[in-house]
Write a protein that binds this ligand. Structure first.
Ligand code: ADP
Length: 661
């Protein structure tokens, strides 16, 4: 069941609809079955009652015939005629008036004295006839009789023709080989004719042919079923059967005529021929009827046919169908209303639940969500209310978390930036330290060498001066002078080396940096050919004092200016700037030139002692400057673009720190 997901709406709809439908269908089934059973059984009972009525009417007809024969037998004319003379006029009148098929007078010995319907035939004995024999015993009797055509012809020559009935093939009947029914079914009655002495002088008997005679069945149908004379298809019917052949009936055939000659269904015939009454639904011709049959017995008691009363089931079936249709239509509309109602109920219940589901989904997906409408006062509404409260709390918490996260993120970013800055500072410091260490090593070596050179140099210089004294202006004077000049140079180098190694003693005092720079720039023309070089003094601060060794710093700035002018080779712009930062208490002097610049691979070497690219250079200018600036607690750096120029930046504290140990 995991794969299947039924919505609450469907469940609610089903839950309301299924019992409702079951109840309706059950009611419908029970209702229709009760009604139809009731209808059908009432109709069946009605038919059975009708058969009893028909039976009574048949008996009444028989009694009427008996009465009329008995009345006729009382006629003095007849008793007289039996003694002497014809009885023709009296019997003829009765035959005609009573529409009898035959009327016959026999004497007390059973011989026929006169046949009103066949006056030419007389003298035969009718003693064997049970009816006549019983009447001769003095009782008026009546009953039903079957007569063969020859026998009937004797009574009335017209009868065989009237009796003949063509048998029609009928569905559901037993198979039949005969095609004609020639026998005739008669209502017969006989009454004794009293003689003058009160003895039975003879018997008068008469008969009424039932074959093809609609009068009786029409009358029965009229009385029992209250129908007109016409053969109506859906009305109740009466039939008289001879054996299983309809000889008189109101049942219509397909052409609307009485279905005389059609046959009883085999099932019914089997029961009736056993002398049993049969009731139920039977095929009459080709349609089912509510039916009731009772056997007809002849005067001797033998079953010779049947009396039937019945009515077609079709109108009832149609009624049942109409009823079912009405019930079904009602059921359908009730179901529709039920579906609509339960769907409405289901969706009104499911809507907030669906909204809750959507809400939970959106909360899980961190999406924005408006409040779920919580109308009404049922559990779902209170659930929706609680949900809204929960949602708001969640949103508040999320907001708190968000701001906390933001703060944390901000802090992380800040700390990372700080860390990066510290890191780069550390790297720079490491680099500077390594450089300082390297230069310090070199400085140590240089100072050692300088010390060692100082003494022999002093001796060389002393001896050279002695030599100069002795030789005077004479020969060799020029060489001595050269020795003295070169020794002087060595002395300067040694001095520089000592300065570089910070062995030089710093004599701090307050002096004007601007005045110092101006002095250098004013004098530099004596040291080096300026050519067409331009010098720009862009001092941002005109008055700028600092504490330090003025002479050492003069050497630093002179070095930078001379290097710049040399790099420009007599053409270009030398720009000097001096500025102070009162906050940090540092001053910055920049020396920029538009000269050849420094190749990238040389940048790391230019502060190294003895590194030079000039043929007559010593390579000590920048290294010494580096030592001096560092000794003052400052820094010196360079930026250069080969072909465009270089920029040297010197940063110094305004007040001199104590000398480094
Ligand atoms: P020297 O001037 O005797 O060569 P320095 O120590 O003063 O010794 O300079 C070292 C080297 O640095 C120079 O030989 C030169 O190659 C380079 N240099 C210094 N200043 C400049 C500059 N302004 N422009 C180009 N190169 C320079």
């Amino acid at each position: 069941m995991k794969g299947l997901r039924y919505s609450i709406r469907l469940k609610l709809t089903l839950a309301t609809l299924v019992p409702l439908m079951a109840a309706i269908v059950l009611c419908w089934l029970i209702g229709t079955s009760i009604i139809t059973t009731r209808f059908f059984s009432q109709a069946q009972q009605g038919v059975e009652t009708d058969l009893s009525a028909a039976h009574e009417m048949l008996q009444g007809e028989l009694a009427r015939l008996g009465d009329s024969i008995r009345l006729t037998s009382r006629s003095p004319e007849l008793s007289a005629a039996l003694i002497s003379g014809p009885a023709a006029p009296a019997l003829q009148v009765v035959l005609r008036n009573e529409r009898l098929s035959f009327l016959t007078l026999v004497d007390r010995f059973g011989f026929v004295r006169y046949r009103a319907a066949n006056p030419g035939s007389s003298g035969d004995s009718r003693r064997d006839d049970k009816l006549v024999a019983d009447a001769l015993k003095g009782a008026a009797v009546s009953g039903i009789a079957l007569l063969a055509p020859e026998r009937a012809a004797r009574e009335n020559p017209l009868l065989p023709g009237q009796m003949r009935i063509s048998i029609l093939p009928t569905p559901h009947s037993q198979p039949y080989t005969r095609q004609i029914e020639e026998r005739g079914m008669f209502l017969v009655a006989a009454a004794p004719v009293p003689g003058p002495d009160g003895e039975v002088a003879g018997v008068v008997y008469g008969g009424l042919l039932l074959n093809s005679d609609r009068r009786l069945v029409d009358r029965i149908s009229r009385v029992v079923f209250r129908r007109g004379d016409s053969v109506a298809k859906d009305a109740g019917n009466t039939t008289i059967f001879l054996d299983d052949v309809r000889i008189a009936t109101t049942v219509p055939d397909n052409s609307g005529q009485p279905a005389v000659g059609s046959l009883m269904s085999a099932e019914v015939h089997a029961a009736v021929s056993r002398g049993e009454r049969w009731t139920g639904s039977a095929f009459v011709l080709n349609e089912r009827h509510f039916s009731a049959y009772e056997p007809l017995r002849d005067y001797r008691g033998a079953v010779i046919g049947a009396l039937y009363a019945g009515m077609p089931e079709r109108p009832y079936r149609e009624l049942r169908w109409q009823m079912n249709l009405i019930f079904s239509t009602v059921l359908f509309f009730v179901t529709l209303v039920g579906i609509g109602l339960s769907a409405w109920l289901g969706s009104s219940l499911a809507r907030p639940i669906k909204a809750l589901e959507e809400g939970v989904r959106r909360i899980a997906a961190s999406e924005a969500l408006p409040d779920i409408p919580a109308q009404g006062s049922d559990e779902i509404a209170s659930l929706a209310g609680e949900f809204n409260v929960m949602k708001r709390r969640l949103a508040e918490r999320e907001e708190e978390n968000l701001s906390l996260n933001r703060t944390l993120e901000q802090k992380v970013i800040e700390r990372t930036a700080q860390l990066e800055e510290r890191n780069s500072q550390l790297l720079g410091t490491q680099k500077e330290l390594a450089e300082a260490e390297r230069l310090a090593g070199i400085g140590l070596l240089a100072s050692g060498v300088a010390h060692e050179i100082n003494n022999p140099l002093a001796i060389i210089r002393g001896n050279a001066e002695l030599l100069e004294l002795y030789t005077g202006e004479g020969s060799g004077g020029e060489e001595v002078e050269t020795i003295l000049r070169q020794s002087g140079r060595i002395e300067r180098i040694v001095q520089n080396l000592l300065t570089f190694s910070r062995s030089g003693i710093k004599q701090s005092r307050l002096f004007s940096v601007v005045a110092l720079l101006d002095g250098i720039l004013d004098q530099v023309g004596h040291q080096i050919d300026l050519g067409r070089c331009t010098i720009a003094r862009n001092y941002r601060h005109r008055v700028l004092f600092m504490e330090g060794d003025e002479e050492q710093l003069r050497q630093v700035f002179t070095n930078l200016v001379v290097n710049a002018l040399q790099a420009m080779d007599g053409q270009g712009l030398l720009t000097i700037d001096a500025t102070a930062d009162t906050e940090t208490e540092y001053l910055t002097v920049t020396v920029a030139d538009t000269g050849q610049g420094i190749p990238a691979e040389h940048l790391k070497d230019i502060f190294t002692p003895f590194f030079t690219t000039k043929p007559t250079g010593t390579g000590l200018g920048l290294s010494v400057s580096y030592g001096i600036v560092e000794n003052h607690g400052g820094t010196i750096s360079v930026a250069s673009t080969p072909g465009s120029g270089s920029l040297f930046t010197v940063t110094l504290p305004l007040s001199s720190p104590p000398p480094l140990q």
